[in-house]
Design a protein around this ligand. Structure first.
Ligand SMILES: *Cc1c(COP(=O)(O)O)cnc(C)c1O
Length: 397
């Protein structure tokens, strides 16, 4: 029965995903349930999206109320939800101006356009981007152009021109690529898909300084690592460095499709103007009412403080696994975005975990990634470790 359902799905969809053999039906808190009622502890959160967990009644009620009032209206008009959401996001991000998109990749597109327009207005002859090897910024053509994984890019070339790739956490490699044509440096504050690598403080601060010295903009992609996950509202806020443009998505809507890019007033002054950019759905009332509520809950329930409280416990428990199992060689990460480096095929461990009723995902070719809902407790960490150990033992046989 389930097999037939999966086969039919694979026949009607473009084959871009090899899905895990599970049909999820609903979620509650930090747990997911499949069609047969089997319970799974979720340490993936839909890839760092469902940070407040599933079935949050306040968020559901907010959405239902807004559906009854108004789902969609063009950006040609004002609505209260867009003002409320943008005001909260502005405060949380410490940026000055916000543009809502429908996804992360669109936030990157907007950021790249913003940087190009800034340089164009300043008439400084700059148009090149410096991006990072092993970065991930999304699947649309612009975002793909700055994504540092060749196998994602190659089939779709030629992409947007003027992009060079530096080595992450290697300041000299960035310096070597700067010319009088460079308009911006784009990077994740913590590389997610690339294998859970946090930026080193000296690196990010060094890049910022290079940007200031060379009239280049710093674009930070906080789509995965932002929204409280690393123990500050946005990951860069722990670095004494401020981006000129930043990209957000994933957790800002807790599951509704939304992204945003934001910029400082200094950038905005020379950047996008009426007619330069737009979106039909971005910033719509349904999504913005949700973002407003999500951010309200983050503030009211001190979600970031909770991350700081529970994350050291997760780190400690993961470190114990590094000690205990030969096939687990290292832990990397910050806050509630963590990775375990393994010497067995990571897919085997992820699959074995799923059988044990634990949802985790991979990052890169050899990292098990943990991006749980931010509301997990120590008891959830304990339950996760028990299941993960069983999966490690199984994969090690
Ligand atoms: C997920 C992700 C994106 C792309 O977001 P989509 O919503 O899938 O388009 C971009 N950058 C990073 C760091 C991401 O993790």
């Amino acid at each position: 029965m389930n097999n037939a359902y999966m086969e039919s799905t694979d026949q009607v969809l473009v084959h871009t995903y090899n899905r895990f053999p599970v049909i999820f039906d609903h979620g509650d808190g930090v747990h997911l349930y499949d069609e047969d009622g089997k319970e799974y502890l979720d340490f993936a959160a839909g890839i760092a999206v469902s940070s407040l967990g599933y079935g949050n009644p306040e968020i559901a009620e907010t959405m239902k109320n807004q559906i009854d009032k108004l789902c969609h209206i063009s950006n040609l008009y004002y609505t209260k939800p867009i003002l409320n959401a943008a005001t909260r996001l502005k405060a949380a991000s410490q940026m000055d101006r916000v543009f809502f998109t429908n996804s992360g990749t669109e936030a990157i597109e907007g950021a790249l356009k913003s940087a190009r327009k800034y340089a164009y207005s300043k008439n400084n002859g700059r148009f090149e981007f410096i991006a990072m090897e092993h970065s991930f910024h999304g699947r649309s053509m612009g975002a793909l152009s700055v994504t540092g994984t060749e196998k994602y890019r190659t089939p779709f070339e030629p992409l947007v021109g003027g992009v060079k790739f530096a080595k992450y956490n290697n300041l000299e490699s960035v310096k070597a690529l700067i010319t009088d044509k460079t308009c911006a440096v784009i990077m994740e504050t913590l590389q997610g898909e690339g294998g859970i690598y946090p930026a080193e403080k000296e690196f990010l601060q060094g890049v910022k300084q290079l940007c200031e010295e060379n009239d280049m903009l710093l674009i930070l992609d906080e789509i995965q690592c932002g929204m409280g996950r690393t123990g500050t509202m946005f990951a860069w806020q722990d670095y004494d460095v401020k981006p000129d443009i930043m990209c957000m998505a994933k957790a800002i809507g807790n599951g509704v499709p939304v992204g945003a890019f934001a910029m400082t007033e200094q950038v905005a002054e020379y950047s996008l103007a009426p007619g330069d950019h737009g979106t039909t759905y971005g910033g719509g009332p349904l999504v913005c009412a949700t973002v407003d509520k999500v951010l309200e809950i983050f503030e009211r329930d001190h979600i970031v403080d909770h991350v700081k409280e529970v994350a050291p416990y997760l780190e400690e428990k993961l470190d114990e696994l590094v000690e205990k199992y030969d096939i687990v060689t290292a832990r990397r990460g910050k806050g509630l975005i963590q990775g375990l480096v393994v010497t067995k095929p990571v897919g085997q461990i992820v699959n074995a975990a799923l059988e044990e009723g634990l949802v985790v995902i991979s990052a890169g070719s050899d990292v098990v990634r943990f991006v749980p809902p931010l509301v997990i407790t120590r008891a959830d960490v304990d339950e996760m470790i028990v299941k993960l150990e069983k999966a490690i033992v199984k994969a090690n046989q």
